[in-house]
Design a protein around this ligand. Structure first.
Ligand SMILES: C[S@@+](CC[C@H](N)C(=O)[O-])C[C@H]1O[C@@H](n2cnc3c(N)ncnc32)[C@H](O)[C@@H]1O
Length: 472
């Protein structure tokens, strides 16, 4: 989605429940985060990063730090313990409003709203450290790469950035379960609410039992999920909540799962359907397994989005359900972006920040003191200059001329001719040597140009292969 829409979605999330929008833990839904516990997760995360950098011998040494996509300042507050000054930047106004409200280090921390696809609000070379965690994964790669380049620009020479971004989906589609394995029974552990406000979230406790003669192995990506259907049987939301069965379930075995569901934005008497799904294979209902259907009365909420949609009850009203998109940037693209911006990638460290489905890395990047062009091109430039400076003449003798007149001029010319005759051998030898050097340099230049062209060709080929589905 475009950046203005991205802002709209994050502002919707952060108006509802900013702490949960930052850390979407299903047990903390509905303003369920305790602020102290929430901030403690940030302290642990920042301590973990800085300890890791120290072990790698690349620890930042204080100064000014930037937290990009700071949300309510979970990481910024922890950074403020280690840096003299911190700036937190976020696209969503309500996030920044909340960050300012709970700012405990006001003398060291400034928060900024920035909805530009760059960091022009900061001058170049102004930070010692840049941190960004669980942010770049939620925007299209063209924006993520733009901000990575900006991280390098705003770093002082030698300064460090640590940013996280997924590299791609971890898992290929699972092997489909055998045909008879898609049979389950689903039951609520406790009664579900009969009424919800539009877009309200609620956590259901659901018992799932494998009613088939086959085991559902770990990693088969069988999940509990739900749909919403309106009174006419029309789907309102096909994909809503998901909860992983992360244990082996043998025939007849049961497991209890929490499922976080969100009411649709339209008011009405809707049906909440609970079903199982094997991701990228099928919903169980399509193989004959029974679903659980619950009638839920959805009414208009306090939020203007909800009220508009719900109060009119009209399907023609613009529907807006905030979503968090997930994207990846291949490591090769990260490296190219950083190098082109004048940085170097020191470390690529795997992490679990993007959940189990994504292969995620945090990159440790240093801004290099001076930009260095690629070696072959630099050598070629030197060679061209050297070749141009070697004159390609067979005779290096100075011209025999005189600016005088009469007898003096004749005398001068005669002396010069004698001198030229006496030194001719040396100048011929010098000239031959120079021309030999010229030939050698020209041959070397030809070889380097061939290598340079081959390197470019290989790089293009690699980029093409990486862009292909299933590429390296
Ligand atoms: C999942 S939260 C993470 C917040 C914080 N990094 C943390 O770990 O506590 C993602 C944050 O990124 C912000 N965000 C998304 N796109 C952004 C952008 N283009 N520029 C700045 N912030 C952005 C969102 O508003 C949200 O606050």
């Amino acid at each position: 989605m475009e950046i203005d829409l991205l802002k709209k979605h994050w502002e919707a999330f952060s108006r509802d429940d900013p702490l949960w929008a930052v850390l979407t833990d299903s047990s903390r839904v509905g303003r369920g985060w305790d602020l102290e516990e929430f901030l403690a997760t940030g302290e642990r995360e920042v301590a973990g990063y800085l300890d890791e950098l120290e072990r790698l011998g690349a620890a930042p040494v204080g100064g000014r730090a930037l937290d990009f996509g700071c949300g309510v300042g979970r990481l910024t507050q922890a950074l403020a313990e280690r840096f003299e000054h911190c700036d937190g930047v976020d696209i969503a106004e309500p996030m920044i409003a909340e960050a300012r409200r709970i700012n405990r280090r006001a003398e060291r921390v400034d928060y900024h709203v920035n909805d530009a696809p760059n960091l022009e609000l900061f001058a170049g070379e102004s930070f010692d450290f840049v941190l960004s965690s669980i942010v770049l994964q939620h925007m299209e790669p063209r924006y993520a790469r733009g901000y990575m380049a900006e991280f390098v620009r705003v770093l002082k020479p030698g300064g460090l950035a640590l940013f996280q971004v997924p590299a791609g989906m971890r898992t290929p589609p699972p092997a489909p379960l055998p045909e008879g394995a898609f049979r389950a029974s689903i039951a609520l552990e406790e009664a579900a609410p009969r009424e919800l406000v539009a877009l309200e979230q609620t956590l259901l406790q659901v018992r799932v039992r494998n009613e088939s003669p086959h085991t559902w192995p770990v990693g088969s990506r069988v999940r509990l999920g739900n749909h919403w259907v309106d009174a006419r049987g029309q789907p309102l939301a096909v994909n809503d909540g998901r909860s992983e069965i992360d244990t082996e379930l043998r025939p007849g075995a049961e497991v209890t799962l929490g499922l976080l569901v969100r009411a649709p934005p339209l008011a009405g008497r809707h049906t909440l359907e609970l079903d199982l799904v094997q991701e990228q294979v099928t919903w169980f209902v399509h193989r004959g397994s029974p679903v659980v259907r619950l009638a839920v009365n959805v009414r208009g909420g306090e939020g203007d989005r909800a009220a508009t949609a719900a109060d009119t009850g009209s399907a023609t009203t613009e529907l807006f359900t905030p979503i968090m998109e997930m994207y990846s940037v291949p490591p090769g693209d990260v490296r190219d972006t950083v190098i082109d911006a004048g940085g170097e990638v020191l470390h690529e460290l795997p992490d679990e920040n993007a959940g189990s489905e994504f292969e995620s890395y945090h990159y440790v990047v240093r801004r290099v003191a001076k930009r260095r062009p690629a070696v072959p091109r630099q050598s070629l430039t030197h060679l061209r200059a050297a070749i141009a400076s070697v004159p390609d003449r067979t005779d290096m003798l100075p011209p025999i001329v005189s600016r005088r007149h009469g007898r003096t001029a004749r005398l001068e010319l005669r002396v010069k001719q004698e001198l030229a005759r006496a030194t001719r051998w040396f100048t011929w030898a010098q000239s031959e040597h120079d021309r030999a050097v010229l030939r050698a340099l020209s041959e070397a230049r030809g070889a380097l140009e061939e290598q340079d062209a081959e390197l470019r060709r290989l790089r293009e080929e690699l980029t093409r292969l990486q862009d292909e589905p299933g590429g390296p």
